[in-house]
Structures are given as C-alpha cells and as structure tokens.
Ligand binder design. Structure first.
Ligand SMILES: Cc1cc2nc3c(=O)[nH]c(=O)nc-3n(C[C@H](O)[C@H](O)[C@H](O)COP(=O)(O)OP(=O)(O)OC[C@H]3O[C@@H](n4cnc5c(N)ncnc54)[C@H](O)[C@@H]3O)c2cc1C
Length: 485
C-alpha cells in the first residue's frame, strides 16, 4: 500500500472506492454529494480505467485508449445531472453519428435527426420512423429505467414495454422489417456492440438503444479525448472533498483501509479473490461463475489525410461500422462467439477528430479501430483489420504513418477488469443481461455488510455512463440509512 495512503488513512473513512473508472468515480461523486468523506484507490499510475487518452502513435496525436464515443454519456441521467462543463468537459458532435459502408459503394447513415436518417434510407423511411419514433418521444424516461437494474418495477412501464417489445427478438429478425441492406446493416451493426450473436434472443436490445440514443442526444466525443470525462469527474469529486490515490492495487482484504462502506469498481471474480472469505459461500460461487465474452483487438492508427472512403459522407461520420451486409456481420459475430477468428471481422472505427479537430496534427489524424475477436485470441488480427478497412477505402493502407496494436492479452494487462480481452466487463448472455453479476434482490450488494460492487459487471453494464457506480452508491447510502435517489 502506498505511503500517501498510509498517512491519509489513520482513522476510519466514510467510504472507499477501489478503482477509478467512470463507475468508480461516479460512485465516489454520489457518496461525496451525500456528505461522505470518500477516498478512491487506483492501481494504475493514472486514473480513468476505460476512459483515458494518450499519444499512442505520433507526438501530439490524441488517441482514446478505450471509450471513444458516448451515446450513453449524454443520455445518462446521472452524468447529465452533474456540472461537468465547469470541470472542462465539452461534448463534440460530428455531422453524422454513424456510417455503415456497403460493398456497392453506398452507406447507411445515422444522424441525430430521425427524419434525415429515415429519408436517407429511401423505401425504409416510414418503417424507420415507425419503429424508433415512439421510443424517442420519451427517451429521458426510457433512459432512466433502461440504464438501471431490469429486475425491478419500472418508473415508466409504458416506455419500457415499448422497448421490451423491440428488444426481445434476435437483431437479424428485427432488421428483416427493413427492405434495404443499408437499414438492416445500420441496425445490426448497432446491435453488435453487445458482442452477442445477432441471431440470439434479446440481441435487438442494445441495437435499439443505440439507434434511439443517436436520434435523442447523438453520439458525441469528448473534446480533447475521453480523459476529459475522467478529469471532470475527478475535479468534481475533489471539489466535494474526495481524494484519489494512484499506484495502489488492492490485492487482499488486508489492503483495504477501514471504512463504513467499500465499493469495488472491479469484476466479480476479482472481488471473490479479495473478500471471498467474508462473503456467503453461494455468492462466492456466483461471482466465480461470472462469464466473460469475446474480446477486442485494437489498432490505433495515424493516417495522413484520413481514410479515403469510397462511399460519400462516411468521412463525415464520428463512428463507422465495418463488416458489410447484415449476413456478413451475423456470420462474423457468430464465429467470434464460437471461438473462431473470422476472416472478415466486425470493426468499430472511430474518427473522433471529425468532431474534435484538435486531436490531429496537421493533416495526420488519429484513427481508433477495434475488431471483435474470440476471447483470449492470441493470433495477429492486424492484417484482417486493415484488409476490412481497405475493402471500403482502397488506398487506405498507403496513408498509414504509424500504428499501435492492443491484443486481448494487452487489454487484460492494462486493466484486469478486461478478462480475456472482454472490454465490456462480462458476457451479455440472456442471464447476465437481465441480472448481473448474479441473480439477487440488490445487484450491487456483495453479501458482506457495507461492501458493494459498482463496476460495469452490474446493471446496466458496459459504457461510459456512470450509472452502475451511481446505483451502487445509492445502495450503500441506503445501507447507511442515508437518503438515496
Ligand atoms: C477498447 C474499448 C473501447 C470502448 N469503447 C467505448 C465507447 O466508445 N463508449 C463507451 O461508452 N464505452 C466504451 N468502452 C467501455 C467502457 O470503457 C467501460 O464500460 C467502462 O470504462 C467501465 O467502467 P468501470 O468504471 O466499470 O471500469 P473500468 O473503466 O474498467 O475501471 C476500473 C478501474 O479499476 C482499476 N482497478 C482494477 N483492479 C484494481 C485493484 N485490484 N485495485 C485498485 N484498482 C483496480 C483499474 O485500473 C481501472 O482504472 C470501451 C472499452 C474499451 C476497452
């Protein structure tokens, strides 16, 4: 344990949060807002977990190491309630939130305007409006319920029933409502963010939420890089009297300072290692059985003049989904979930500089790309990734100035929450979609009085929205008999 920690922690603290990812910091802010004295312990030398930015390729070029675009950052009832602009956070929007290029040289385009998006989809215009319009009308209410535990009575049952009706089917079935390949691919590409096979039940859920969030608040990037979200949360926390200690890994219960409540921004298996001997045996078994899904394989690129996309307007999009038609995507995602590396993997490409030009150096732009690959994949996925982009942007590879690769093993070494390279902190199986980390009345309670889990292994799951941390902190406040929302 660090000396700084030893000096600061001589008496019992109100609250300790282990881990400074967006959920750890959101939990800490919620507790500090309630008047608690909070300390955050972070194993890395830098705070932020999956929300950090660094110069990974050429000097001056700002790459987001993990999270890059933030539909649920702006939709988050908690983050949007905070004065984060006062601590430097500015959201930046590209004209087009998402583009999905196809082999015929066209692309599906998703933007904040549902009318513009629908009109661009020609024969599917009416269907697109009819499918997503009703959810858009009360999106704030929907987000308040959907970004929380699903196993509870919703505050807005009508909105949740509409979402439920669209979510339950496999994404490939929902998408068949559309006639054009552009609309189908746009929808299943959004659904693929869940890393779930696209032909499986409930795989439409995340696709629907991503589309509706685009039409509601957009898919912005943070000015200067995602680390700006971390800095703003940390600045707010410190203004409320909270402290953060870096370089402090909690490996066992003995590393934990004495506190009235302790929250873990880490995975269930790691929590079982740390406090398993104090937890009810059934809960320990449940945490050890927590399942992880497929992995990410990331390549950060410095590209002169950006990517020369064939389809018009793809260069104006903040995010690009690569993988071709709905059938191509479904095949690739099915393989990845069966442990097979696809020849043509699904890619998420981030062009955050389009919204935030300050990230580039002259005409050299940072490009953020990751592919879905099998859990723990040890091969070299870089050639397949570059070939997939070249497929929709001939000549692209000639423009690469520098690159850096992050394999599934690199991800796990960077942050132990990413087991086997799973960047969404746990498989989105049917069971873990509905109840994670285990089936329990309070998803955030570990079974040890005063100890809670606040990471993305709890509802509502992965993403930079802080809602897992906020809900976990509210459980802790209820435990302390303090008011919680
Ligand atoms: C490549 C990639 C791309 C992504 N893209 C997006 C995106 O575009 N949009 C989006 O919304 N989300 C995205 N995500 C997901 C998002 O980053 C995560 O869901 C989010 O960061 C989870 O937050 P968290 O606070 O639960 O945990 P984390 O961010 O994982 O933070 C956990 C923290 O705990 C620390 N820690 C771990 N063990 C210990 C220990 N024993 N002691 C002390 N500290 C410890 C870690 O170092 C880390 O700082 C992406 C993630 C990755 C990796």
């Amino acid at each position: 344990m660090s000396e700084a920690l030893g000096r600061d922690m001589s008496d019992t603290l109100d609250a300790v949060v282990v881990g400074s990812g967006p959920n750890g910091l959101s939990a800490a802010v919620t507790l500090a807002q309630a008047g608690l004295r909070v300390t955050v312990l972070e194993r890395a030398d830098e705070i932020g977990g999956g929300t950090r930015t660094a110069e990974l390729t050429v000097p001056g070029l700002k790459h987001d190491i993990c999270s890059a675009v933030h539909p649920f950052g702006v939709a988050s009832p908690f983050l949007s309630s905070l004065p984060l602009e006062e601590f430097g956070l500015r959201w930046r929007y590209a004209d087009i939130d998402l583009a999905h290029p196809l082999d015929d040289g066209t692309a599906g385009l998703l933007s904040r305007s549902i009318d513009e998006t629908a009109d661009g989809l020609g024969p599917d215009a009416k269907r697109w409006r009819r499918m997503f319009g009703p959810l858009l009308r009360n999106f704030d209410n929907l987000a308040a319920d959907a970004l929380g535990p699903l196993l509870r009575v919703p505050s807005h049952p009508l909105e949740m029933a509409k979402l439920g009706a669209l979510s339950v089917l496999p994404a490939t079935i929902t998408a068949r409502a559309f006639k054009t390949e552009a609309a189908r691919a746009l929808f299943v590409g959004c659904a693929a963010h869940s890393f779930r096979p696209l032909g499986s039940l409930m795989s439409s859920a995340l696709g629907t939420m991503h589309v509706v969030s685009a039409h509601s608040g957009g898919w912005p990037a943070a000015e200067g890089g995602s680390a700006a979200i971390t800095r703003a949360l940390a600045g707010l926390l410190e203004s409320l009297g909270g402290t953060i200690v870096t370089g402090c890994e909690v490996k066992s219960a003995g590393d934990l300072p004495s506190a009235r409540v302790t929250l873990f921004d880490i995975g269930p298996r790691a929590i079982a290692e740390i406090i398993g001997d104090r937890m009810p045996a059934r809960r320990v078994r449940g945490y050890r059985r927590y399942r992880y899904g497929p992995a990410a394989y990331k390549v950060d690129l410095a590209v002169r003049e950006g990517i020369p996309w064939t389809a018009p307007d793809v260069g104006r999009a903040g995010t690009v989904h690569i993988g071709g038609s709905m059938a191509d995507l479904a095949a690739a995602e099915s393989q990845v979930n069966r442990g097979i590396m696809p020849e043509r993997p699904f890619l998420l490409v981030g062009q955050q500089y389009v919204a935030d030009p300050g990230r580039s150096v002259g005409d050299v732009h940072p490009i953020w790309v990751y592919a879905h690959v099998p859990s723990g994949y040890t091969g070299d996925a870089t050639p397949a990734i570059l070939a997939q982009i070249e497929r929709f942007a001939p000549g692209f590879t000639d423009r690469i100035v520098a690159q850096q690769v992050m394999t599934p093993a690199d991800f796990e070494a960077y942050n132990p929450n990413y087991v086997g390279g799973d960047i969404i902190s746990g498989q989105n199986s049917l069971r873990q979609l509905v109840s994670r980390p285990v089936f329990a009345p309070d998803a955030y309670a570990t079974g040890v009085p005063g100890m809670f889990v606040c990471s993305a292994a709890t509802p509502p799951g992965a993403g930079t929205h802080g809602m897992c941390g906020h809900h976990a902190a509210n459980s802790a406040l209820r435990y302390l008999d303090l008011t919680a929302s």
